[in-house]
Each structure stands twice: as structure tokens, then as C-alpha cells.
Design a protein around this ligand. Structure first.
Ligand SMILES: Nc1ncnc2c1ncn2[C@@H]1O[C@H](COP(=O)(O)OP(=O)(O)OP(=O)(O)O)[C@@H](O)[C@H]1O
Ligand SMILES: [Mg+2]
Length: 278
């Protein structure tokens, strides 16, 4: 059930590096509130696709629509203006700053002193950052002033996500977000992704861990040597099939080209969906 207008729609995206076709006519779309896992072996083109979306590598061929309008994304700045936030494993946080300073980095709140001197409004930033972390991400940072390099990977990730929320991102891209996290932190990250989905934010997750992918994604998109060979709702594919697509034992499985389903209702009816897919 594809919606009339996806949030992001990329059509026939091509990108070469010298003789290497990093992306070969790739179609990719995502709806608001959808979580899509981007998977594939090393060198399949995942990071390149993300770099096209974020304007770091403008494509040589193909077209991009955002909220239904044709766009050219030529720089990170332009993608940020569209509402696209990327969280790399090496988060773009500043270790010596504390949580709230990082949430507002580059978008600091200010107040006026004597009517004309602009000062940082530290108190308002702290309260606002604490509110986002608590209400949106369920993490209590009240009274935590320590620099974030002293915090765990999962806590740092929450801060980066709070930043994305503050920036009112419509699309959040996570590149290997759970690679070096402990069990509890992985669970927390999964919960955060679910909250983003509930707020109708679209999420693209790159991961090599199929267990994490199946825990969090609505749909899997599989790249192999620059080509999209899989585009399947999660409940219509098994981990074994996903691997077969990645390595080429299974040629192709495109169940719904373009976009698929809206976020889950209260209770997913797994049984029903399985039987209808056979
Ligand atoms: N800046 C670049 N210059 C030259 N070749 C590149 C560049 N970036 C990527 N490539 C090549 O493009 C192809 C796709 O690379 P990409 O980084 O997108 O793969 P990936 O799916 O992200 O892999 P990984 O899982 O290892 O991160 C590879 O063959 C890679 O060597
Ligand atoms: Mg990569």
C-alpha cells in the first residue's frame, strides 16, 4: 500500500567512481514514519546512497523528490535545510561539551541583555534539551552537566537524536548506529527509533546486524554491487533470504517498488500478513 507521495523518492540514481558503478539506476523511496533498513555487503553502495541523499555526492544520473517536489541536493547544508539529519557512529558531537550544549550546537538560543547585547541563553537551552530528552526519548538528563565523552555510547546517541528532534528533522539516517553498543543500549536505540517513527519521522538504518534490522525495520532494501536487488516489507522476508539477496544466491526480490506501508497499528497481525504473502 504505497502512499500517494512519499517523503523522499529517488529514481534511477547513478553514481560512478572512476570505473566503479557505486550506484546503478537505484530507485529508493521512504514514507513519513517508516523505518527502512539499508543492507548489503561491503562495497554494495549503501554509504554512497546516503551520501547522495545528504548532498555529499551529487549523482550523475537520476532524480530526487522530497515531499513530492523535485529537488537537487548539492551540499550537506541543502539536505539539512530539507530536514535530513545523519547520525554516524562517530557522532558529530563535541566530547568536551555537555548534553545540552550538544543538542543546540550551531543553533544556540540567545537572549538580549540591555536590549542590544546578544547572550547565550544557557538556562533555556538546558531546560529545553532536558525536556526533549525526557519527553521524547525517555532519558533523564536532569542535573547532568558532565562532558559527554564521559557518557556511554547509547547516551551520546540519545543526545544526537535529541538534536535531530530539535532540528525537526523529517528524515533521520543512522549509519551503523548499534555497532558498538551493549545489549541495553541497543534496546534503547531501538526504542528511540520507534519513537521517531511514532512522531512520523522517516528513518533509514544501515546495519550489518540482521537481528537488529529485523527488530527495528518496517522494510528492507538490499543493495548488491550498486544495484537494488531487494525491496521487501520485513514480514515478507526471512533473514536467510536477505543474506541470499546480498550475496547473489537469490537474484532479486522486489515486493513493492517504491514505498510501502504506513507505520504499524496498535498490534501487528503477523499471522494474517504471512498467510496473505504466500
Ligand atoms: N570516494 C570514493 N572514491 C572512489 N570509490 C569509492 C568512493 N566511495 C565509494 N567508492 C566505491 O564505491 C563502491 C560502493 O561503496 P560504499 O562505500 O557505498 O559501500 P557500502 O555499501 O557503504 O560498504 P560498507 O558496508 O563497507 O560500508 C565501492 O566499490 C567503493 O570502493
Ligand atoms: Mg558504508
Amino acid at each position: 500500500m504505497a502512499s500517494a507521495s512519499p517523503l523522499l523518492e529517488m529514481t534511477a540514481i547513478t553514481k560512478r567512481f572512476g570505473g566503479v558503478r557505486a550506484l546503478d539506476e537505484v530507485d529508493f523511496a521512504i514514507d513519513p514514519g517508516e523505518v527502512v533498513a539499508l543492507v548489503g555487503e561491503n562495497g554494495a553502495g549503501k554509504s554512497t546512497l546516503i551520501k547522495v541523499i545528504t548532498g555529499i555526492h551529487p549523482p550523475e544520473g537520476g532524480s530526487i523528490r522530497y515531499r513530492g517536489k523535485p529537488v537537487e541536493v548539492r551540499s550537506r547544508r541543502e539536505s539539512q535545510q530539507l530536514g535530513i539529519e545523519v547520525l554516524y557512529q562517530e557522532l558529530s558531537l563535541v566530547g568536551v561539551m555537555n548534553a545540552y550544549q550538544n543538542v543546540f550546537l550551531g543553533k544556540e538560543l540567545t537572549k538580549r541583555y540591555l536590549g542590544f547585547i546578544e547572550l547565550l541563553d544557557n538556562e533555556r537551552m538546558r531546560l529545553e534539551a532536558e525536556r526533549i530528552l525526557l519527553e521524547q526519548l525517555g532519558m533523564d538528563f536532569r542535573g547532568r552537566w558532565e562532558p559527554i565523552f564521559l557518557m556511554s555510547g547509547g547516551q551520546q546517541q540519545a543526545i544526537a537524536l535529541a538534536r535531530a528532534i530539535y532540528a525537526e528533522a523529517s528524515l533521520v539516517i543512522l549509519d551503523e548506529p548499534m555497532a558498538s553498543l551493549g545489549v541495553e543500549e541497543v534496546e534503547r536505540t531501538i526504542a528511540i527509533i520507534q519513537r521517531l517513527r511514532e512522531s512520523r519521522v522517516a528513518v533509514i538504518v544501515i546495519s550489518h546486524n540482521l537481528e537488529h534490522i529485523f527488530a527495528v525495520a518496517d522494510r528492507l532494501v538490499v543493495l548488491r554491487r550498486g544495484r537494488k536487488v531487494g525491496d521487501v516489507p520485513k514480514d515478507r522476508i526471512t533473514p536467510e533470504e536477505a543474506i541470499a539477496l546480498m550475496v547473489g544466491r537469490l537474484e532479486e526480490k522486489i515486493v513493492t517498488p517504491g514505498t510501502v506501508p504506513a507505520p504499524p497499528r496498535e498490534e501487528p497481525r503477523r499471522g494474517d500478513r504471512r498467510s496473505e504473502s504466500r
